[in-house]
Design a protein around this ligand. Structure first.
Ligand SMILES: Cc1cc2nc3c(=O)[nH]c(=O)nc-3n(C[C@H](O)[C@H](O)[C@H](O)COP(=O)(O)OP(=O)(O)OC[C@H]3O[C@@H](n4cnc5c(N)ncnc54)[C@H](O)[C@@H]3O)c2cc1C
Length: 527
């Protein structure tokens, strides 16, 4: 009997979404099952950098750095509205663990590994030049800085959404709030999965020739009892970020700092009009969905940031919100957290279930190449004759029209404020023109509903009609990005709720439940 699908992908984080896009574009019949909303896991909780990973040079992971830098270029090309070049400074202090010559050598190697890149090469700065760019830096002991470029994806959530939209446009069947309960096998081959639609509580089976377990830090849980005796592939570490308001002398460039207490590098990044500071790296064995920040982690991030920006005066009250994610790393009992490779492994469980693959490890930056590698293996296994991978060239949906044309198109609409136009461009890229058309037809839809993000009324209906959210939290936190504002969308909530209620037809009780649910989700971020 023909299976329901060629490929079932478990998980719609960046890797699952990327695999679904690539496989669907190559003509495979794909189904994606995600237990929550799109981008429900680690991808949301990352530092949001599209980077080569300077730190990996210290571990001689030249291959990983080269691949990451190549992928950085690909993403700047296929998603210029979501991924932008970011200038970073590494301040160098007398007596630091990494001296000027070592940093300069690392910079040269980084440039060399990204030969032919579109962003400028590194520069070594003297004290005056460093302070010109980062006046708030601690001066005591400063002997210079290195400046270089990487990429930033302000809204990693949108990268997942757009990969999913592209997968759907190519025919993939994407089912959110659909939890895979077990992988089905027979005769040492995978047959499909049993899953529960969490909206109806109905359990069903789906069959497929190949199942790819892209469940991030949940990979072992999805495998369940398929592997006998049980084996743990994942050895996650958790990382916490804090979000604080812009500080005096707010850096326009990001700062890559060596922590004085343990020598670990961490980032202070201008992000979404605020500062994103992180991260930590601590072994974590619990439920990835329940990882939270410890007081020690918060203290570490505040203290180390104040050390380098002494006038920042950050304390617990400065924190707007925080988040913690679990890195889906390969299990390595004996290694230090920071030494565990960030390379991915694609594991074919051929001894127990031919056609079942798990994605172990990886970076947000390399999701596209990982997806290509996985899809190549799926295509070979299924003996599928389709087109070759084109995801390095095909623009994502929000990059289908070049940005200057989109800017002109938005500027022509007098009912949308300049701030809101910028927001629309950043979040939806060229698809903002579809939102503009809604406003042209009904100018009241151009009204701003969020004083922080400058999101407008039209977006709520637009994302409901085109981007498959289920809850209001999906709309605010993972589509319009209103929920990542300084007030986490509190000011926009009544209006957004009213529009959503009218648009979707929620009852008063459902509307109240949506509001409670949203407040519960953001309460978690407030700690
Ligand atoms: C603190 C931190 C900072 C980081 N910073 C960076 C960075 O700056 N740059 C970078 O390149 N990388 C970074 N990373 C790494 C990067 O974020 C991850 O490697 C990447 O996001 C993993 O994506 P994923 O799709 O594999 O997993 P996830 O994003 O976790 O997605 C897995 C999905 O599977 C779903 N799922 C789980 N179980 C089931 C089930 N039973 N049924 C259905 N669905 C299920 C989950 O709900 C989830 O949505 C960082 C990671 C952390 C933790």
């Amino acid at each position: 009997m023909t299976p329901d699908f060629d490929l079932i992908v478990v998980g719609a984080g960046i890797n699952g979404a990327g695999i679904a896009r690539d496989a669907a574009c190559r003509g495979l019949r794909v189904c994606v099952l995600e237990q929550g909303d799109l981008c429900n896991g680690t991808t949301r909780w990352s530092s949001r950098l599209i980077h080569g990973g300077l730190r990996y040079l210290e571990h001689a992971e030249l291959g990983l750095v080269y691949e990451s830098l190549r992928e950085r270029e690909a993403l700047l090309r296929i998603a210029p509205h979501l991924v932008q070049p970011l200038r970073l400074l590494i301040p160098i202090y007398r007596g630091g663990r990494r001296g000027r010559w070592l940093i300069a050598a690392g910079m040269r190697l980084y440039d060399w590994l990204s030969w032919g890149k579109s962003v400028p090469k590194h520069e070594m700065l003297d004290v005056a030049e460093a302070l010109k760019e980062l006046p708030a830096l601690r001066r005591d002991g400063l002997i210079g800085a290195a400046a270089y470029y990487d990429g930033q994806v302000t809204f990693a959530e949108r990268l997942v959404v757009e990969n999913t939209l592209a997968a759907r446009a190519a025919g993939a069947d994407v089912r959110t709030y659909s939890r895979v309960d077990r992988v089905l096998t027979a005769d040492r081959s995978v047959r499909g999965v049993r899953y529960t639609d969490l909206r109806t509580d109905r359990q069903s089976d789906l069959t497929a020739g190949v199942v790819v377990n892209a469940a991030g830090p949940w990979v072992d849980r999805v495998l369940g009892d398929v592997i006998r005796p049980p084996h743990r592939f994942m050895g996650g570490t958790k990382g916490t970020h804090i979000v604080v308001p812009a500080i005096p002398g707010q850096p326009k460039v990001a700062c890559y700092i060596e922590a004085e207490s343990d020598g670990r590098p961490f980032f202070v990044i201008p992000w979404n009009g605020m500062l994103l500071i992180g991260t930590t790296d601590i072994r974590f064995d619990g439920n990835p969905g329940e990882a939270g920040a410890d007081a020690d982690e918060i203290d570490y991030l505040l203290t180390e940031t104040n050390r380098v920006f002494p006038d920042a005066g950050l304390d617990g009250n400065s924190i707007l919100y925080r988040y913690t994610g679990v890195r889906p790393l390969p299990r390595k009992e004996k290694k230090d957290e920071g030494d565990i490779t960030r390379r991915h492994i694609i594991k074919h469980h051929r001894r127990v279930a031919k056609g079942l693959y798990s994605v172990i490890g990886g970076k947000l930056t390399t999701y596209r190449s990982l997806a290509e590698e996985v899809t190549n293996r799926v295509v070979r296994r299924l003996r599928h004759a389709g087109p070759k991978c084109r995801t390095a060239q095909l623009p994502l949906p929000g990059a289908s029209v070049d940005l200057p044309t989109v800017v002109d198109g938005l500027d022509a609409c007098e009912f949308i404020s300049p701030e809101s136009r910028q927001h629309l461009l950043t979040v939806y890229g060229s698809r903002a023109l579809e939102i503009r058309d809604l406003v042209v037809a009904n100018p009241r839809l151009g009204d701003e509903i969020c004083p922080h993000s400058h999101a407008i009324a039209a977006e709520i209906g637009f994302v409901y009609d085109h981007e498959m959210p289920t809850t209001l939290a999906d709309v605010l936190l993972r589509r319009t990005m209103i929920g990542l504002s300084a007030d986490q969308g509190r000011a926009a909530l009544p209006k957004a709720l009213q529009i959503a209620r009218r648009h979707v037809g929620w009852s008063a009780a459902r509307s109240d439940e949506e509001e409670r649910r949203y407040l519960r989700e953001i309460a978690r971020l407030s700690g």
